[in-house]
Write a protein that binds this ligand. Structure first.
Ligand SMILES: [Zn+2]
Length: 219
């Protein structure tokens, strides 16, 4: 099972990574669900503006099991004993804009953008937007969007086609005693599959009961 963690758990680790690279005078940016500010985060992806990762110092609190020029993959042990996957990527100044789109996602948005490029006789990859092998974007994220004839999309609005994976899932008996409802804590809050919540989008008694149990457990 792929572990997802609350944004607030991964955020300080990402900040620490950014500071590590900034201290070497390097520009870097986090990607993936963290940059899209999802409530849960899978892996930690970070891109550093440089030509070769082997020419810079990687954080020694991450255990890297693969260390190449373009990507270093590793993990770090979390307080709960699980491992957070960490991928560090290198992108040059010219590749920067396209790489940010690529590393931020979502995957569906990346596919949509690549199709858009094709329709215009262009080729979009993580290395840039090209026409017949000649780069047409200016190396900035906004420049890639402009060259594609797209409006700018804030990272927080790039969750195209992202299926919400519940942070936690609960089963609550219906009050009639017949059957159960499924209550999930998701990236956008609590949802329940009972008619009351499904059709009226209000906090139903099933959600309230799960939250109440939560308070008592933590209290
Ligand atoms: Zn309900």
């Amino acid at each position: 099972m792929k572990v997802r963690r609350p944004f607030n758990v991964v955020r300080p680790i990402a900040d620490q990574m950014v500071q590590h690279f900034a201290a070497q005078g390097l520009v870097c940016e986090v990607g993936g669900s963290l940059r899209r500010r999802c409530k849960t985060v899978g892996d930690l992806d970070i891109v550093v503006r440089c030509a070769d990762l082997q020419s810079i110092a990687l954080p020694d609190w991450v255990m890297f099991h693969r260390q190449g020029e373009q990507v270093a993959q590793g993990g770090m042990l979390m307080a709960d004993g699980s491992e957070l996957n960490v991928d560090v990527w290198a992108a040059t100044e010219a590749q920067w804009g396209a790489f940010l789109w690529y590393i931020t996602g979502s995957k569906v948005l990346n596919i949509v953008m690549r199709r858009k490029a094709q329709e215009r006789g262009l080729k979009l990859s993580q290395f840039g937007l090209f026409r017949d092998g000649v780069q047409v974007d200016d190396g900035t994220e906004r420049g890639v969007a402009a060259a594609l004839g797209m409006d700018w999309i804030e990272p927080v609005n790039r969750n195209w086609g992202v299926v919400e994976e519940p942070l936690r899932s609960f089963t609550v008996p219906s009050s009639s005693g017949e059957g159960f409802y499924s209550v999930n804590e998701t990236e956008r809050g609590w949802v329940c599959n009972c008619p009351h919540h499904t059709f009226r989008r209000v906090e139903c008694k099933h959600i309230r009961s799960v939250k109440q149990d939560d308070l008592e457990r933590c209290g």
